[in-house]
Design a protein around this ligand. Structure first.
Ligand SMILES: *Cc1c(COP(=O)(O)O)cnc(C)c1O
Length: 356
């Protein structure tokens, strides 16, 4: 089998998706399975759907189109604000989009009228992480106009935390979201279907017995794919954290001095390459795997192996003894390493043992 390759265990993903949807369903929370880390790969998307997830979400309309073209009929949510230049595609392929700009919602309304479709809108509220979101003071005005726009249906409100500034979902900001939902419903005499509390970073909040208030929806990627919550990178109990592995092949193995020699300056990928603390000689191997294939800092190594450096195409590792040329090393990617491996044309994808 060729390497580098990303191996995906669909049975483990099925288990993770099923377990999470069952636990959240019991709390009255619906899950949108987020497909962006795997670029909407139809086999993986179908695994999530079989496991009981009813809607899929992606930040890129291109990935949503891939799933539509593969015949996936599930409801699709665009989870990044649409681009003005793509509203036609958004209306064509997605049922709902997350929005923060009236100018865009107006454009979606035009496009939806043209396509004779109803497009659902969830308004995202800024609750402190300072990525996307309408400021609280402006929310009512945006709701008021959204409700008037033809072919637009206001589905609900939502928020996104922990992505830019690392602000954690907690009782306080989640209660604010609930209060906003109540206030909008009271002011406009409407019912909001969706109150979307966030992403995998909401796992601790949701499973630690917090008062969930009006939150009835989460958008989950990492929790399903890697079985972990992203704020402390803790494994979620009962889930697999090894559904994905990245495999690289050894192309050089030699005993080398632990210390580099010569004048030191910057290296290809680091302004200050770390200086090894080891003395004497080490068993150093090189894998044909680098920054063009993955995020080398995001690889969990098997026991006995330490990553010592990486450039575009080389991963330098140290092991107890020299690894045979042509042998393979298997890593567990974190989210960043997974996304990079998924998008790299050099990394082949293998699903349940078959090229995909
Ligand atoms: C990426 C993303 C998600 C999913 O995040 P995970 O941490 O993978 O669960 C949810 N919502 C939005 C807006 C996103 O951009």
């Amino acid at each position: 089998m060729s390497s580098p390759r990303l191996e995906v265990d669909l049975n483990k993903l099925y288990h993770n998706a099923r377990t999470l949807t069952e636990r959240l369903d019991a709390k009255g929370i619906a899950v949108t399975g987020v497909t962006k880390a795997f670029l909407g790969h139809p086999d993986i998307a179908n695994t999530l759907l079989k496991a009981g997830i009813h809607t899929l979400g992606d930040s890129r309309i291109e990935n949503i189109k891939v799933m539509r073209d593969a015949g996936i009929k599930a409801k699709m949510m665009l989870i990044r604000s649409p681009m003005l230049s793509q509203v036609k595609e958004v209306v064509a392929y997605a049922d709902i989009s997350l929005n923060t700009e009236l100018e865009l919602i107006r454009a979606l309304s035009h496009a939806a009228q043209h396509a004779d479709k109803i497009h659902g809108v969830v308004l995202m509220v800024e609750l402190g992480d300072l990525r996307e979101g309408i400021m609280k003071a402006d929310l009512h005005a945006v709701v008021r106009e959204t409700l008037c726009l033809p072919n637009i249906q206001l589905k609900g409100i939502g928020t996104n935390l922990a992505c830019r500034s690392g602000i954690i979902p907690d009782t306080r900001n989640m209660a604010q979201l609930s209060a906003l939902a109540d206030a909008i419903e009271a002011s406009f005499s409407i019912k909001l279907d969706i109150v979307s509390g966030g992403n995998s970073a909401n796992a601790n909040w949701v499973f630690n017995g917090s008062e969930l208030g009006r939150v009835n929806h989460l958008r989950l990627g990492e929790a399903i794919l890697l079985g972990c919550e992203p704020t402390e990178r803790q494994a979620i109990e009962g889930l697999y954290s090894d559904a994905f592995s990245l495999v690289g092949e050894v192309i050089e193995s030699k005993i080398k001095p632990a210390q580099a020699w010569g004048e030191r300056a910057q290296s290809a990928f680091s302004e200050a390459p770390p200086i090894s603390l080891s003395q004497g000689s080490v068993s150093q191997s090189i894998l044909a795997l680098g920054h063009q294939d993955t995020d080398p800092d995001g690889l969990n190594t098997p026991p006995g192996i330490v990553i010592r450096g990486a450039s575009s195409d080389h991963l330098v590792i140290e092991a107890k003894q020299c690894l045979p040329i042509g042998s393979e090393v298997r890593f567990q990617p974190n989210y960043s390493a997974l996304v990079r491996a998924m998008t790299s044309p050099f990394v082949s994808k293998v699903l349940n043992g078959k090229a995909g």
